[in-house]
Ligand binder design. Structure first.
Ligand SMILES: [Zn+2]
Length: 135
């Protein structure tokens, strides 16, 4: 026995059309299978958003976007390394570089990466829920 999606009538397994409304049960079966597949990959936007705000980067792992999650943390590491090299150069060649400018630059870039991540997580969550990202 299965149920007609249009009128909820219980139909025998061997009938192709619903005896009550005439709806094609084979197509309904296909639709519900597709819907079920999507439903397992629905990600809640509020969870993704809260994670991206309070635990930046973790939200990518919630969305199962492992590659982007790793890339997010890697971007901080690379930035930190580049900055380390740069400040080393500044110290040896330019003694007059203002350290508060460097500190402000660090905060600005960290903030930009953070904001980018929040916006990106919102976009990706919607894409996953619309079935545009298929795992
Ligand atoms: Zn029906």
């Amino acid at each position: 026995m299965h149920r007609c999606l249009r009128c909820s009538t219980q139909c025998d397994d061997n009938v192709r059309y619903c005896p009550n409304c005439g709806s094609n049960l084979a197509i309904d079966d296909m639709k519900s299978t597709v819907q079920r597949q999507y439903r397992t990959k629905i990600k809640r936007l509020e969870i993704a958003l809260l994670l991206s705000i309070f635990l930046p980067g973790i939200s990518y792992f919630y969305l199962e976007l492992w590659y982007r999650g790793v890339l997010f943390y890697l971007s901080y590491v690379i930035f930190f390394l580049v900055l380390g090299l740069k400040s080393g150069l500044y110290q040896s060649y330019a003694h007059n570089v203002n350290s508060t400018h460097i500190a402000m630059l660090i905060i600005a870039i960290y903030f930009l990466i953070y904001v980018f991540q929040v916006i990106d997580v919102i976009k990706r969550t919607n894409m996953i829920n619309e079935g545009k990202i298929i795992f």
